[in-house]
Design a protein around this ligand. Structure first.
Ligand SMILES: Cc1cc2nc3c(=O)[nH]c(=O)nc-3n(C[C@H](O)[C@H](O)[C@H](O)COP(=O)(O)O)c2cc1C
Ligand code: SF4
Length: 360
């Protein structure tokens, strides 16, 4: 089996190792959504920290889908110039780091991580045909802006109870027209988003997709159904599936999954086999709870191609350089307390446990 520090090629994109900084809301753009110096500095540190791939924090494809007050915006061409600064800092000489921007729409408020966000007024179940069409179009247009800004790939946030995940889940999708009902109708929106992106960026530009393996709620979808959705998505042109899980109350869910996983760390390990069978030899990443090099290698031995890590990078952007250095520790210091997740509801991203300042 390949090792965690070996290169991997997806489509035409070669990554120097198997580590993927999973999307992490920074809440650091300005109030209109433009890239700031703080964001550029954050991505500078990540780029030289040793990860093969960075996925940016969720970035809004439409103004009404924006969840956080300082979320990065993608809904207009005037954002391209600032985004290009981020692409440039990631590609600084010597980094050999690649970067995808995560496209996001919050959908109905009250799910996922959207603690403290204002009511978006978006109603999935009442959205008109033309409103749905405009949103699908907005994903394609945002993807093209990302490509124009000089990034290496697109990533789509289809997990955690936001808009695409809301369409997919029977818990949130109560529509009885062509956009809701059986699994084939509930996945129509996701497939249309994929098509819209492909139409804009072409068939060769790498397209990554983060999705749930299960909703972890009574009445929600389970692994078998999501694995079939993943199969359809790769047939429609997705190049990498990143597995996550849950539609709401993420803090409670992650605390529970952490306890259950214990030393095995990875929360969604049970999804590896069914997803591998569903997507054949397409790229598979898994995210959630992964903290130590030994576990990363175990997961690769079980059939995963890339390892997604979020919270540990907040206080250790150089985590890959450390864990690949035999003289250093090979486990992240993050204790998965989720204080950072609560913090981003109103403030910029920071590790509240290890990067304390006077205002904490
Ligand atoms: C502060 C914070 C912000 C996050 N922002 C995003 C995001 O923008 N997009 C996304 O797909 N997931 C987001 N997540 C979820 C993570 O990418 C990841 O799936 C989850 O934290 C589990 O991985 P970990 O145990 O390595 O942290 C966020 C998580 C945290 C803690
Ligand atoms: S605040 Fe807690 S969960 Fe977040 S990065 Fe720091 S230690 Fe990890």
């Amino acid at each position: 089996m390949p090792k965690v520090d070996t290169p991997y090629t997806i489509q035409n994109l070669t990554l120097k190792n198997r580590l993927l900084r999973s999307a992490t809301m920074e809440n650091m753009a300005d109030d209109q959504g433009f890239v700031t110096d703080a964001l550029v500095n954050l991505y500078h540190d990540l780029a030289i920290g040793g990860t093969g791939l960075i996925i940016t924090g969720a970035s809004a494809v439409q103004q009404k889908g924006r969840v956080w007050s300082h979320q990065t915006a993608l809904w207009d061409d005037r954002y391209i110039k600032g985004l290009a600064k981020l692409a440039k800092v990631v590609h600084q000489p010597g980094s050999n780091c690649k970067c995808a921007v995560q496209l996001h729409h919050g959908g109905m408020t009250g799910f996922g991580y959207s603690y403290g966000s204002e009511d978006s007024g978006y109603s999935l179940n009442d959205a008109s045909e033309s409103e749905i069409g405009k949103t699908i179009d907005a994903f394609g247009k945002a993807a093209l802006r990302v490509k124009k800004a000089g990034f290496d790939a697109i990533s789509v946030h289809a997990a955690h109870g936001y808009l695409i995940s809301q369409f997919l889940s029977p818990l949130t999708n109560n529509r009885s027209d062509k956009w809701g009902g059986d699994p084939a109708k509930r996945m129509r929106f996701a497939l249309e988003v994929c098509r819209s992106i492909r139409n804009k960026v072409g068939k060769d530009f790498p397209l990554f997709w983060k999705m749930n393996c299960a909703d972890f709620c009574n009445g929600g979808s389970e692994i078998a159904e999501y694995a079939q959705i993943a199969k359809k998505l790769v047939q429609a042109g997705v190049d990498l599936i990143e597995v996550s899980g849950g539609v709401k109350e993420q803090i409670k869910l992650r605390s529970k999954l952490k306890k259950e996983a214990g030393k095995k760390e990875a929360y969604f390990r049970d999804a590896i086999q069914p997803f591998r069978e569903a997507i054949g030899n397409k790229a598979l990443a898994i995210t959630g709870g992964i903290r130590s090099l030994n576990v990363m290698q175990d997961l690769m031995d079980e059939g995963v191609d890339m390892l997604g890590i979020c919270r540990p990078f907040i206080s250790e952007p150089d985590l890959p350089n450390k864990i690949f250095d035999p003289a250093e520790k090979n486990t992240a210091k993050c204790i998965s307390c989720n204080k950072c997740l609560l913090r981003i509801a109103a403030q910029p991203l920071k590790c509240v446990e290890f990067d304390k300042t006077d205002d904490d």
